[in-house]
Write a protein that binds this ligand. Structure first.
Ligand code: DGY
Length: 446
């Protein structure tokens, strides 16, 4: 019987998906370079080949647009296995003259990965790290200006693809009002030729994804028009919490690189998101009292989604919120885990549109698990003095929960292999196989 947890096995998956200077998430289903997949690939490489890890990040920032955005896909060739490929997007020619890209972004994990990579070998990679730092800073600036044009401290996403959690129920309410464009070109999905349709988003969702894309393309990808009038404009707890975390990590790097203006700028982004003085501003505005957690909010209607998703559980990773918010979120995670066998489902199993097999509507994703577990473990050792009375119980609970989520991640690989996602009830692997970021997560854990 194969020992799935054998690290050489995981390294071989990275090697199989390695295209020289960038890594595809998996062959055929995703034949290009995806943004956050690539950053996690770098983390995986860094466990045995730091140089290759840096190259991965350098190839990722080649996709950066003039305006600072780092796109969600970089197309280096045309591959008929994937739709929508390079010809569909039509970015303005000045956006990026080096490589062809998509026109949305993805969760900004780059800065956090970069900080991790530079934790050791700082001197050796200092110069290249500094260049990457500047790319990450420009990207964060893009988020705070183009995706939060009114400086509220909450950034919006212009497409479910931008969240990286494509068909999460978090977007259902907003997606209901997205009209299918009657002039949409005929297209053929490729994803459902590689993976069972029951594990992928539905056709109606795809029609809407393409209609939102068409709006952007018809408006020459003008971010102001997209933010003001785009058919989809939602605050994603995932992007907002990951960005807050990434700003903190970039700030640490700004100190290391002696970048004083950058420090001020990053502190201002952090302050805007935290806004502790006003309970209804910054990320506080995403606190859904009905759920007791950070939830997605349709920014066109101000309506919350009442799902505590795995992105809501990133509150610890971002180190956001006071003691009450953290303990309430902790309770939510405990309650959710009582309803399934493996941590951490992407949707609360009690939520009415939970589906354990369908992409982001229930299955477990190990990169999310990794960030949630890391956040819990860090928060358990960093609780402040003011919370001393109940501190140790809560600390222990966070620590145990973080350990459990990490343990479950490895258990899922051990039982089922290197799948894209996993059924939280049965532990079965689903979606693509021999998946880069699943292998990366295996390598990160000892
Ligand atoms: C896909 O094609 O499924 C991707 O998630 C979009 O980026």
């Amino acid at each position: 019987m194969t020992d799935n947890l054998n690290k050489t096995f995981a390294q071989n998956i990275l090697a199989k998906n390695d295209k020289g200077k960038y890594t595809v998430p998996t062959l055929r289903l995703y034949p290009y370079q995806w943004n956050w997949d690539s950053a996690f690939a770098a983390l995986g490489f860094s466990t045995f080949d730091k140089e290759r890890a840096l190259v991965e990040l350098e190839s990722l920032v080649e996709g950066q647009w003039e305006n600072g955005m780092i796109p969600h896909i970089i197309f280096r060739q045309n591959d008929p296995d994937y739709f929508p490929g390079p010809t569909v997007w039509q970015p303005p020619p000045s956006a990026n003259r080096k490589v062809s890209t998509s026109c949305y972004s993805q969760p900004p994990v780059l800065a956090t990965v970069l900080k991790e990579l530079l934790q050791t070998d700082f001197e050796r990679f200092c110069e290249r790290g500094h260049i990457l730092f500047k790319h990450a800073l420009r990207w964060h600036r893009w988020w705070h200006h183009e995706r939060d044009p009114h400086h509220t401290g909450v950034v919006g996403i212009a497409h479910p693809w931008e969240s990286g959690r494509d068909n999460s129920p978090d977007w259902d309410e907003a997606m209901e009002s997205v009209a299918i464009d009657p002039n949409l070109d005929k297209y053929q999905r490729r994803d459902t030729e590689h993976v069972a349709p029951s594990q992928r988003p539905q056709q109606v969702e795809y029609d809407k994804y393409l209609s939102i894309l068409k709006f952007g393309r018809d408006n020459n990808w003008n971010s102001h028009i997209i933010a003001d009038k785009g058919p989809f404009w939602v605050a994603d707890p995932g992007i907002n919490l990951i960005l807050l975390r990434a700003n903190r990590d970039l700030l640490d790097l700004a100190v290391k690189f002696g970048e004083q203006d950058a420090q001020k700028e990053l502190l201002s982004y952090i302050a805007l998101a935290e806004n502790y003085e006003n309970s209804n501003q910054g990320l506080n505005a995403l606190w859904n009292p009905k759920v007791n957690g950070i939830c997605a909010k349709n920014l066109r209607t101000d309506k919350f989604c009442n799902n505590f998703s795995n992105a809501s559980a990133l509150i610890f990773y971002a180190n956001f919120g006071d003691y009450e918010k953290k303990t309430a979120s902790l309770k939510q995670i405990h309650d959710i885990l009582r309803k399934c066998n493996f941590a951490m489902p992407s949707t609360d199993p009690a939520y009415f549109s939970y589906e354990p097999q369908r992409y982001w509507r229930g299955p477990i994703w190990l990169v999310m698990n990794y960030m949630i577990a890391k956040g819990l473990s860090e928060c358990s050792s960093n609780m402040t003095e003011s919370t001393k009375s109940t501190k140790s119980d809560v600390q222990n609970s966070m620590k145990e929960l973080g350990n459990r989520i990490a343990r479950d991640s490895l258990e899922l690989i051990k039982r089922s292999g290197y799948y894209e996602y996993f059924n939280p009830e049965t532990g079965t692997g689903i979606g693509g196989n021999d998946f880069t970021w699943t292998a990366a997560i295996r390598l990160i854990y000892n």
